[in-house]
Design a protein around this ligand. Structure first.
Ligand SMILES: Nc1nc2c(ncn2[C@@H]2O[C@H](COP(=O)(O)OP(=O)(O)OP(=O)(O)O)[C@@H](O)[C@H]2O)c(=O)[nH]1
Length: 373
């Protein structure tokens, strides 16, 4: 039997207690693998530390962990370590009908390939590899993936060697399970957070998210040093558009309008949001009056240039928007209510003046109206 290479010289104390040196060395390796997994941050780090540890502590040239998706039918990721390179597969995701790893996942049993040249399922990762051992990684009935060990020695995987990798796969399964559950929970939380802040139709920030952001920007003391611009963008005669061409067509126009708005709110700290119905809002920190009016005018023209058919508009045969602009000047006290109200009054003025235009809040004519806000 070939020496697998990780035995130490006999330990008399251990021998007296019925433990061989090889057993001791194995428990050391297992303890180290567990420690590595415990210290890791996130699933990828767990996997990488495990395979690094296996290659560092044991005489194997390649070790990898191949993860299965939740259904257990597709491999979704391979993390490897080794002294010789392992060729990466062309595909990012592959089916369990493929490869020795697939056979291991399908059967749920370890696969020992004493001679890779004669195994029909073997997928070559490095021409120097002669033998391979693949073990399922299972925790409480869930098959997470496989531990794959490759050797340049045809006779490396004797029963004793295989038992070591079985033990390692068993040892790391819990850590992988935990890291995976945490990763899945984090992904679910991210999704929930996204759902609670994003408007489903347009993909823009929703009203709640916008209100929070406006309140933050108004409250930030350092923000007072710079102007803060708010644009309210409202589609013209949108009810008629829906009535004439259908709600689905209206939805598509809103999506295109949202896309145009987001292109004008692409700077750091900018936000484009769906304020409600056919009304969108742009929050542009640091933009003074002239710049904000310029952006609003460009946006108005961009919507016109898109030439989205609107056969029943009183303005033009294509979709148009009216935009109300309010800019809190640098140093000026600001509140969300006051900003929204001023921008809304400007929008109303744009509508009154015939739509398809930009209007800014006029402080001379309207200050009294906002005084109480
Ligand atoms: N397709 C579609 N329509 C919507 C959506 N949300 C609100 N609307 C419609 O948008 C229309 C807004 O109508 P109004 O507020 O009367 O405004 P308008 O017809 O654009 O008139 P003006 O603003 O005065 O030019 C209503 O008919 C709403 O039903 C949506 O998600 N999709």
């Amino acid at each position: 039997m070939p020496d697998p290479g990780w035995r130490t010289a006999g330990d008399t104390d251990a021998a007296a207690h019925g433990l061989s040196a090889a057993d001791l060395r194995l428990s050391e390796v297992l303890a180290q693998v567990s420690r590595e997994a415990l210290q890791a941050e996130g699933l990828d780090d767990v996997l990488q530390r495990i395979v690094d540890c296996v290659v560092r502590r044991l005489p194997v040239p390649i070790a990898s962990i191949i993860l299965l998706d939740e259904s257990g039918t597709r491999f979704v990721r391979e993390v490897w370590a080794g002294d010789i390179p392992l060729a990466e597969l062309d595909m990012a995701i592959w089916d369990v009908s493929m490869g020795v790893a697939g056979r291991c996942a399908r059967t749920g049993k370890p696969q020992l390939i004493a001679d890779v040249a004669i195994d029909r399922d073997y997928v070559m990762g490095n021409p120097a590899v002669r033998s391979e051992y693949v073990v399922p990684i299972r925790h409480r009935g869930r098959l997470h993936g496989v531990l794959n060990i490759e050797s340049t020695d045809e006779e490396f995987f004797v029963a004793e060697t295989c038992a070591v990798f079985d033990a390692i796969a068993h040892q790391v399964a819990g850590a992988i399970h935990l890291a995976r559950v945490v990763a899945e929970l984090e992904a679910a939380n991210r999704k929930l957070r996204e759902l609670s802040t994003v408007d489903g139709l347009t993909g823009l920030a929703n009203r709640r998210c916008f209100d929070e952001r406006l309140a933050e920007d108004c409250a930030r003391p350092s923000g007072r040093d710079a102007p803060l611009a708010l644009l309210l963008v409202d589609a013209d005669c949108f009810k008629q558009l829906n009535d004439a061409l259908g709600h689905l067509h209206g939805d598509e126009c809103l999506r295109r309008l949202a896309l145009a708005c987001s292109e004008f709110a692409a700077g750091e700290g900018d936000m484009a949001a769906r304020y409600g119905g056919d009304e969108l809002a742009l929050l542009l920190p640091g933009r003074g009056e002239a710049e904000a009016l310029g952006i609003a005018e460009q946006l108005r023209r961009r919507v016109e240039d898109a030439a989205m058919a609107h056969p029943v508009s009183v303005v033009a045969p294509w979709m148009t928007v009216s935009i109300g602009v309010f800019v809190a000047a640098a140093g000026q006290a600001r509140s969300p209510m006051r900003m929204l109200s001023a921008a809304d009054r400007a929008l109303y003025a744009a509508k009154l003046q015939g739509r398809n235009r930009v209007a800014s809040w006029d402080p001379t004519g309207d200050e009294a109206g906002l005084a109480g806000i």
